[in-house]
Design a protein around this ligand. Structure first.
Ligand code: ASP
Length: 386
């Protein structure tokens, strides 16, 4: 059965074929922190000519917030084998892209300089506060976050849920360090700035840009350990493409985006563990999670969010004891369907639908931080996304 977004996508392709959008972003005001973001004039689909504005003053203002990752990695040898992530600064990254200052008026900030395997709640909250501040004060027209690729999808999803502005947030990384032959970071950074500067990027929330492709935060996921073509959006497909001349969105921005949460007041965020299911599984992981104080558990289940009987029983016991339990899938694409192979109504669990385990974990953390724990409400929040 075709999903609504698939139908919209087809419609968007038809619209996109008829539309060409030109011009650069202006410096208009911003309405952050709405619980829901109606895109008053949804950005259309189509190819956006990003020719620079005639005077530097008219260039879109883009802040580059650097967090580290391979894009900022350095090695001694001309090889992607053996390097340290998070060595180059935000300014180093900008300096490596000739002509970037012709696309946008840039500012650079170093938020952290870590490999994204070490990404954590503190950096997420700091990033979110800083982005909201930049938008609230109307100091920028878009934000680019440089980030390691390992957890870029989680950070993107977190920001997509706590930054309510119409202005774009674009996360970018690279698969090869800055010192590698054919380093992909400079081209990816250029693409990300192009997207953040494009008027058609408004109202699309947080995106991830790598290898000429624009992905939405909810569906994007890393699929190859080492290839430069690693990110895919397995359920929806990418939202667009970018090349040296243009930014192309395949469908119009949504009329109504999902609700947003306030940036959590404190860290660490509530503990949510992911339990990975496999053949021959027992309930130890679930019991360990509960024993260590997890307030939420996400099942990376087999198939349609399923798992062995002892694990199902332990999950249900945890759910009935007040732990938020969400069933997701380790498969990598497709919907984890509510009340299909397992009866969520009876178990007290929720289904992640199209969110993968890593993003389900982020959403459960945000729900817990906002006091949303009732299974019906948890399920509603999952249904509101993707
Ligand atoms: N381990 C690195 C990181 O996520 C990998 C990368 O950036 O591609 O920071």
């Amino acid at each position: 059965m075709a999903r609504p977004s698939a139908l919209l996508r087809i419609a968007g392709l038809i619209v996109g074929a008829a539309l060409v959008i030109t011009g650069c972003g202006g410096n208009s005001g911003d309405s952050a922190h709405a619980t829901s973001t109606p895109a008053s004039a949804p950005a259309a689909a189509g190819r956006t000519d990003d020719a620079p504005a005639p005077t530097p003053g008219a260039l879109p203002r883009i802040a580059i917030l650097a967090t580290g990752g391979t894009i900022a990695g350095k090695a001694n040898a001309n090889s992607a084998v053996g390097y340290t992530a998070g060595e180059a600064t935000a300014q180093d990254l900008i300096d490596a892209v000739p002509g970037l200052d012709k696309i946008a008026k840039l500012s650079a900030e170093q938020i952290s300089n870590i490999g994204s395997q070490d990404m954590n709640d503190e950096v997420w909250v700091e990033l979110a506060h800083r982005i909201n501040e930049l938008f609230d004060r109307n100091e920028v027209d878009g934000v680019v976050v440089t980030h390691g690729t390992d957890t870029i999808e989680e950070t993107a999803f977190f920001l997509d849920n706590v930054v309510a502005s119409d202005k774009p947030v674009v996360l970018v990384g690279s698969m090869r360090p800055s010192t590698a032959l054919s380093a992909d970071g400079p081209a990816n950074l250029r693409s990300a700035v192009q997207v953040a500067a494009a008027p058609a990027a408004r109202g699309r929330g947080t995106m991830v840009v790598l290898n000429d492709t624009i992905h939405g935060a909810a569906d994007v996921t890393k699929t190859s350990t080492t290839s430069v073509q690693t990110f895919v959006s397995p359920n929806t497909g990418p939202v667009g493409h970018v090349d040296a001349a243009a930014v192309t969105f395949l469908q119009p921005a949504a009329q109504q985006r999902h609700s947003h949460f306030p940036v959590p007041g404190g860290t660490p965020l509530p503990r949510v563990d992911i339990v990975y299911s496999h053949a021959g599984m027992n309930a130890d992981q679930v019991n360990d999670a509960v024993g260590h104080g997890a307030k939420g558990i996400v099942l990376a289940g087999v198939g349609d969010g399923n798992t062995a009987k002892p694990v199902v029983d332990a999950l249900s016991k945890a759910a009935k004891g007040g732990v938020v339990v969400v069933r997701s899938s380790r498969v990598g694409s497709g919907e984890t369907v509510r009340n299909a192979e397992l009866n969520d109504d009876e178990l007290g669990t929720s289904a992640s639908l199209y969110l993968n385990p890593a993003k389900s974990r982020v959403l459960v953390q945000l729900l817990l931080a906002n006091g949303i724990t009732d299974p019906a409400n948890v399920q509603r929040e999952f249904a509101d996304r993707l």
